[in-house]
Design a protein around this ligand. Structure first.
Ligand code: AMP
Ligand code: MN
Ligand code: MN
Length: 329
């Protein structure tokens, strides 16, 4: 449940402030971007000035959330002055300073009120005002309730942005975070104008052939351990470069091996350009994997978690996988 007192406080901040900055985590996904787009539109409709500063550009499949090119890739030389002088800063889909990168470093200790809206379990307290609901399927679900609490209005842009949050973070309403409330809110968003089929096509049916080839590579290079209960795979930087794809083209691949009968946990290693390795952990729901992510400096939800490691995947593979195997001994 979202806290009514906190909602009231945020409602007042949104009404009182004139200039707002919004940010989300590094390598933003549909939930973070959708929540930003919805809040930006809601505030702009009320005559506010809104700046969106992220660590990375909007991935191509989410470009429909960014028709006015409002999403800026944060560059302190160009944007710091604005960021440090807005009335409020909204931080969505993240409760972790480190994953806010330079934006996080620049705002952490300033006196501006920072409002965090999120659904991640976290040890960290990010922001002075925190609207957190770990039971929400997505940050979009919380933003929906906040906008409703503020009296709306909803419009097609907001509805489509929030539907993007829900559909992407629930794996199209398949994952264990999907609840009656997720469907209820999705239904309301359709009533407010979200075209679900068009959104499906925009988000999922515009992939490059090379991304699909990368997926074929992944399926051909799965490793099984613990009598088929663990499936892991690695995408090295060489593979990414050879196919001319981007690191975020692996989005969604870590979910897939769970379709295989008997697989309980999947582990994906992706080597990113800067000599770092991104790890995604997924569980079918019988074992909790975010504790392992936390041990390696990452985090996330009980059945979907991630880690960013410094170095190539081979440096960490054995150590990390042995922790996963321990879940099955
Ligand atoms: P991903 O594997 O990137 O789809 O992430 C799955 C979940 O783990 C999401 O809820 C992320 O927010 C969280 N997560 C991913 N990477 C990290 C990280 N480096 N640190 C903390 N949480 C993470
Ligand atoms: Mn996210
Ligand atoms: Mn999310």
């Amino acid at each position: 449940m979202v806290d009514q007192q906190v909602m009231e406080r945020i409602k007042n901040c949104l009404a009182q402030g004139q200039r707002f900055a919004i940010t989300t985590h590094v390598n933003p996904d549909g939930d973070g971007l959708g929540a930003e787009a919805a809040l930006a539109n809601f505030l702009e409709e009320r005559g506010k000035d809104v700046y969106i500063f992220n660590s990375n550009p909007v991935p191509d499949n989410y470009d429909f959330l960014n028709p006015d090119k409002k999403f800026l890739t944060y560059d302190p030389r160009k944007h710091q002055e604005i960021l440090l002088t807005v009335d409020y800063i909204l931080i969505v889909d993240i409760s972790d300073w480190q994953r806010l990168r330079q934006v996080g470093r620049d705002i952490r200790d300033i006196s501006t009120t920072k409002i965090c809206i999120d659904h991640h379990p976290s040890q960290e307290k990010v922001g002075e005002v925190r609207l957190i609901d770990q039971n929400a399927c997505s940050t979009g679900e919380i933003v929906y309730q906040l906008i409703e609490y503020c009296g709306g209005p909803f419009n097609k842009t907001i509805a489509e942005a929030l539907y993007t949050c829900l559909v992407t973070d629930t794996g199209s309403f398949k994952f264990s975070n999907t609840t009656a409330k997720s469907f209820e809110i999705a239904g309301k968003l359709i009533e407010h104008g979200a075209n679900t089929h068009e959104l499906y096509q925009k988000i999922y049916e515009r992939q490059s052939y090379n991304k699909v080839k990368l997926f074929a590579y992944v399926l051909n290079n799965l490793h099984f351990e613990k009598s088929g209960r663990v499936a892991w795979f690695a995408v090295t930087y060489d593979v990414i470069e050879n196919l001319g794809v981007q690191q975020n083209d692996t989005e969604g691949f870590s979910d897939y091996p769970r379709v295989i009968d008997g697989v309980e946990v999947t582990v994906m290693f992706v080597e990113t350009e800067k000599g770092t390795t991104k790890v995604s952990l997924r569980s079918k729901g019988n074992v909790i994997i975010n504790k392992i992510a936390q041990e390696f400096g990452g985090g996330g939800h009980p059945f979907a978690a991630g880690i960013m490691l410094n170095g190539g995947y081979k440096e960490y593979k054995d150590k990390l996988l042995s922790e996963v195997y321990r879940l099955f001994t």
